[in-house]
Design a binder for this molecule. Structure first.
Ligand SMILES: *Cc1c(COP(=O)(O)O)cnc(C)c1O
Length: 393
């Protein structure tokens, strides 16, 4: 009989169970929307990144259906061989116009946009100066590039400056930060990091996954929010969160985009988006440009919910965005709070190590433009009783 060479994985999983970190996947049995059904229970959904409710927006639905009827369901190839459809080019030019850059290139996901870009533009002689809480896709891209990685403490542009100042002037340097940090909801130190990049001639890159569709005019992102136009060489955004569909993009100079067309490995070696995805993403840009009231509603709901949680006595950290963490500390207790909320009809995921540091476990909430006040008040009432029952407040 063959011994199972994957036996050691059972021990790893048992370790997760022992620490209360084992999570069964929650299953959505309805659409991704503000009030939905998860594991056959009606819930107010505070766990998605569907900031503007675009996952079910009628314009995006129709565009996707129309694209399927006209162009089928698959692109049939990678972009560089036969998989570039007119819709892909239209999406890229719309994104460039939206972001106010010369050009843009679309990847299959935000993850592949980050990993593919960082790994292709840098090599083993270069240095990456990175915020300690940057997203995993940036870290993976940095490792694949073989460049040296220097990490600065969260949002500490002074520390980034000290690192950069200590490097040889001739060495190529990339400074990189998330625009909005996904687990804390705070903003990257973008203006101060741009000053460092300008002073020392570094490449400046921002990952605006959680800022796309949320910050800046019509959701143009943090570069627009901070009025840093022309000072950030590489803007990554995602089409998977507020844009409601799937994908990632890099907006910047024409030269950068042409280089990525030739060297970014996910672009070269992985099949492009189906036409329905590209068409729905174009629809999302139309909605951002045509319905700015959605973003206003998102921020109204954010203020209402954040102040409600704070008034109940929860520790909501230092968020400046619609992401509001409810910091509990102990992972087992955070998971218990999430489970108790679920029983009360509120879906808010518990998040522990390694996604957040040890001792910083939390329940993470994200409100959307499409939550009603009634739904948000229902969620606050559930937080109040569950928090009291578990001694969190
Ligand atoms: C979600 C996220 C990504 C990945 O985007 P996908 O489109 O989901 O692959 C990248 N960076 C950050 C900061 C994110 O939060």
């Amino acid at each position: 009989m063959r011994l199972d060479p994957l036996q050691y994985l059972s021990a790893e999983l048992q370790g997760l169970r022992d620490q209360g970190l084992y999570r069964r996947l929650r299953i959505l049995d309805d659409e991704q929307k503000a009030a939905t059904s998860v594991d056959h229970r009606a819930v107010v959904n505070l766990s998605s990144n569907n900031y503007l409710g675009l996952t079910t927006h009628p314009v995006l639905r129709e565009r996707a259906l129309d694209a399927i009827r006209r162009f089928g369901v698959g692109s049939g190839s990678v972009r560089t061989i036969a998989g570039t459809m007119a819709l892909h080019m239209e999406l890229e030019s719309r994104l460039a116009a939206f972001k106010g850059t010369e050009a843009a290139v679309v990847f299959q996901s935000g993850f592949s946009a980050n990993a593919g870009t960082v790994s292709s533009i840098l090599g083993r002689d270069d240095v990456i100066v990175s915020d300690e809480l940057n997203h995993a896709s940036i870290i993976d891209g940095a490792r694949l590039s073989r460049a040296a990685i220097k990490v600065f403490p969260h949002r500490d542009a002074g520390a980034a400056r000290t690192i950069v100042a200590g490097l040889p002037a001739a060495q190529r340097k990339l400074i990189i930060t998330d625009g909005v940090f996904s687990m804390d909801g705070d903003l990257g130190a973008l203006p101060a990091l741009c000053d460092v990049a300008d002073e020392y001639g570094c490449i400046m890159m921002v990952d605006d996954a959680h800022a796309s569709g949320v910050f800046g005019r019509n959701g143009r992102g943090t570069v627009d929010h901070f009025a840093l136009h022309g000072r950030v060489d590489i803007q990554v955004g995602t089409l998977s969160k507020a844009m409601g569909v799937l994908g990632g993009y890099v907006a910047g100079a024409r030269t950068l985009v042409e280089f990525l067309y030739h060297r970014a490995r996910p672009f070269l070696f992985s099949t492009s988006h189906p036409p329905a995805v590209a068409a729905a993403c174009i629809g999302a840009i139309d909605v951002l440009e045509g319905e700015p009231g959605l973003i206003d509603r998102l921020w109204d709901n954010t203020r209402f919910f954040k102040s409600g949680l704070a008034a109940l006595g929860f520790d909501t950290g230092s968020s400046e965005s619609p992401i509001t963490p409810v910091i509990v500390g102990d992972a087992t207790r955070a998971m218990a709070l999430s489970d108790r909320l679920f029983e009360k009809g509120v879906f808010a995921q518990g998040i522990g190590f390694p996604t957040v540091p040890q001792g910083k476990a939390r329940v993470r909430t994200i409100v959307t433009a499409t939550h009603t006040r009634g739904e948000l008040q229902f969620a606050l009432d559930a937080f109040k009783s569950a928090g009291a029952e578990l001694g969190v407040i």
